[in-house]
Design a protein around this ligand. Structure first.
Ligand code: HMG
Ligand code: MG
Length: 300
C-alpha cells in the first residue's frame, strides 16, 4: 500500500543552486527559502559548509544563515557538512540539522571528497558523533546508489555496506542518491529489498532522485510502494551541472506534489504558492523551469 502522508525534503536551495552556473545573490537565496516555507515545506536544505573553492555557488553560507533567523523553529534547515571544519562552521550558526555525504563508489568519493571511500567514512565519524552529542539531527547521504559515471552499474552490496556504516556511526536518516539519474523502478525495489534484508529500517530511508532520464517519478512511486515516506525534491527541478551531462536537476517538487495529490497522499504543500516561487526563481535565473508541472501551470 501507499502512505497517507509523505515528508518532502526540499533540496532546491542547496542541490539546485549548487549546480547553477551563475551565483545567485544571497538575498535572493534567503527570499527563496522564505517562499518555500510559505508554500508549506517543512524541511528545506539551506546550503553547504564545504570548501568554497569546491562549490563557489554556496560560498556565502555564513552570509545566508543570519538571513534565515526569523524563520520559525518548526522549519528544519539542514546544511551539508563534510568534515570537522564544516561542522564547526555550522555549529557557529546553531544549525540543528546537518548532513554528511558519502558515496557508494570509490570514484565519486575521490571526485567529490578527495578521499577513498573508507577515508571519507573516517572523516565523517567524529562529525556524526559530535553532532549527536550536541543534539543535532544527522542525515547521511549515499551518492551513486544505482550507477556511477566512471564505474557503471553499482552493486547492491556496495550501497548496503555504506548505508550500514553510516547508521553505525549514528546517522538518524539515510538518503539514497541517484546522482546521475540512471535508476529505474525495478532497481529501486531491488535496492530497498537488499537494505531490508541487511537490517536497515525502511522508515529511516529517504530517496533522492535526479531526473536525467525522466525516471524520477516512477522511481519515487516504486519507493513509496516499498514503504519509504520521505522524498527529496527540488523546487522547479532546479539543478543540473552545465559541465557534466550525466547530472541534471532533481525530481521537481511540483511534479512530486502533483502525483502525490492525485494519489490522495498528503504533503502540506500549497502547489500554487510553490509554482509561483519556482516561476519567480526561474525569472531570477533567466531560464524556464524544467519542471513539467511548473510549465503546465504557468505557461502561456
Ligand atoms: P581537501 O582539499 O581534501 O581538503 O577537500 P583538506 O581537508 O585537505 O583541507 C584543505 C583546506 O581546506 C584547509 O585549509 C582546510 O581548512 C580547508 P588550509 O589549511 O589549506 O588553509 N577546508 C575547509 N574550508 C571551509 N570549509 C570546510 C573545509 N574543509 C577543509 N568544510 C573537502 C576536502 C571535503 C573539504 C572538499 O572535497 C569539499 O569541500 N567537498 C565538497 C564537495 C561538495 O560539496 N559536493 C556537492 C555535495 S554532494 C551532492 O551534491 C550529492 C547529493 O546531492 C546526493 C546525490 O545526488 O547523490 C548530496
Ligand atoms: Mg543530489
Amino acid at each position: 500500500g501507499l502512505p497517507e502522508r509523505v515528508e518532502i525534503y526540499e533540496v532546491g536551495p542547496r542541490d539546485g543552486l549548487q549546480n547553477e552556473k551563475g551565483t545567485v545573490p544571497v538575498e535572493v537565496k534567503a527570499e527563496f527559502i522564505h517562499r518555500l516555507h510559505g508554500a508549506g515545506l517543512t524541511t528545506v536544505e539551506a546550503t553547504s559548509f564545504v570548501h568554497p573553492k569546491w562549490v563557489p555557488q554556496l560560498a556565502d553560507a555564513e552570509q545566508l544563515m543570519p538571513l534565515l533567523r526569523d524563520l520559525p523553529d518548526g522549519l528544519r534547515l539542514p546544511v551539508l557538512v563534510p568534515n570537522e571544519r564544516g561542522r564547526e562552521r555550522a555549529a557557529a550558526h546553531a544549525c540543528r540539522d546537518i548532513a554528511v555525504f558519502a558515496s557508494a563508489t570509490e570514484s565519486f568519493a575521490k571526485a567529490n571528497l578527495n578521499r577513498t571511500l573508507d577515508e571519507s567514512l573516517a572523516m565523517f565519524e567524529p562529525v556524526v558523533s559530535r553532532a549527536k552529542a550536541d543534539g543535532q539531527r544527522v542525515r547521511g547521504y549515499v551518492s551513486m546508489c544505482f550507477g556511477d559515471p566512471w564505474e557503471g552499474p553499482v552493486p547492491l552490496a556496495q550501497v548496503v555496506r555504506v548505508c550500514r556504516a553510516l547508521l553505525a556511526q549514528g546517522c538518524d536518516e539515510l538518503s539514497l542518491g541517484d546522482t546521475i539519474g540512471v535508476a529505474t523502478p525495478g532497481h529501486v525495489t531491488a535496492l530497498l529489498s537488499a537494505l531490508n534484508e541487511a537490517g536497515v529500517p525502511t522508515e529511516r530511508l529517504s530517496v533522492h532522485f535526479h531526473d536525467t532520464y525522466g525516471q524520477a517519478l516512477a522511481n519515487t512511486l516504486a519507493a513509496l510502494q516499498h514503504g519509504v515516506t520521505t522524498v527529496d525534491a527540488s523546487a522547479g527541478g532546479l539543478g543540473g551541472c552545465p559541465y557534466a551531462k550525466s547530472a541534471t536537476g532533481n525530481l521537481a517538487t511540483e511534479d512530486l506534489v502533483w502525483m502525490l495529490t492525485g494519489l490522495g497522499i498528503e504533503t502540506g504543500v500549497d502547489l500554487g504558492r510553490l509554482t509561483a516561487t519556482s516561476a519567480w526563481m526561474a525569472d531570477k535565473l533567466g531560464r524556464p523551469s524544467p519542471s513539467r508541472t511548473v510549465r503546465a501551470l504557468t505557461g502561456p
